[in-house]
Design a protein around this ligand. Sequence first.
Ligand SMILES: Nc1ncnc2c1ncn2[C@@H]1O[C@H](COP(=O)(O)OP(=O)(O)OP(=O)(O)O)[C@@H](O)[C@H]1O
Length: 262
Amino acid sequence: MNPTKTLVDVQDLTMRFGGLTALDRLDMTIREGEVLGLLGPNGSGKTTFFNVLTGLYKASEGAILYNGHDVIGKRPQEIYRSGVARTFQRSRLSLPLTVFDNIVIGDYQHMHHGLVFNLFRRKAFRAEYDAYVQKVRELLGIFSPPLVDRMFEPVETFTMIDRRRIEVCRALLSRPRLLLLDEPSAGMTHDETHALMGDILDVRSKLGNLTVVLIEHEMNVIERITDRCVVLNYGKKIAEGTYAHITSDPAVQTAYLGEETT
Ligand SMILES: Nc1ncnc2c1ncn2[C@@H]1O[C@H](COP(=O)(O)OP(=O)(O)OP(=O)(O)O)[C@@H](O)[C@H]1O
């Protein structure tokens, strides 16, 4: 891990939806190993940036160089396989399914699934299944040990914070190099958020080479866990730097409050 190395280089990135410009000639970098906060008022383009970076949307103009290669035009699975994983603002868990099923679902393209494979290669299927059980057990053991013994229980029996943990584990299953977290604290109490952020910092130090970009409205979370922040407004970058730097920036205060504060 090299904290001065640029992992993602965003160049002149523009995303238009009809007449609306959600990202407007955005230039920014994500450094290897950092926790970067992506901030901005509602509708400023934060989630759109994640959607472009993960291949869900194709940018109108510009480039995103991830590890030196432009991801624009690549399929989401290709980008995922190259080491970019994410969580979503709204929960995407299937509540009746177990923790295990929910975690491996994200990785299903790697599995040799399919009727023919299952029918004629039962042993191979069993071996693959067992390997996944082992992988999930290991990951839960690192990220959230109390969940290990409950990995075959349905997600609907878990608390909100555990559900969020399960979503983060799903994103971590592929052992990504870049983890994108879209408002992980949404719908949780202050204490739950505090605990989840502690887990994320913890897993980062245990897994080693992991870069994190965090979209978050809770400023105390941003202050606690980010190394650097980028602030967007109307799809443009209006500030960049440490938490102390960006919160004292008049342009940021204006964007959030509608007027400058002293
Ligand atoms: N698929 C889409 N089609 C049309 N407009 C979209 C689409 N996705 C996003 N937008 C618009 O792009 C702008 C940026 O949205 P985006 O969701 O990226 O903002 P955000 O900063 O993540 O906001 P929030 O903090 O509320 O989640 C908004 O005006 C939004 O309505």
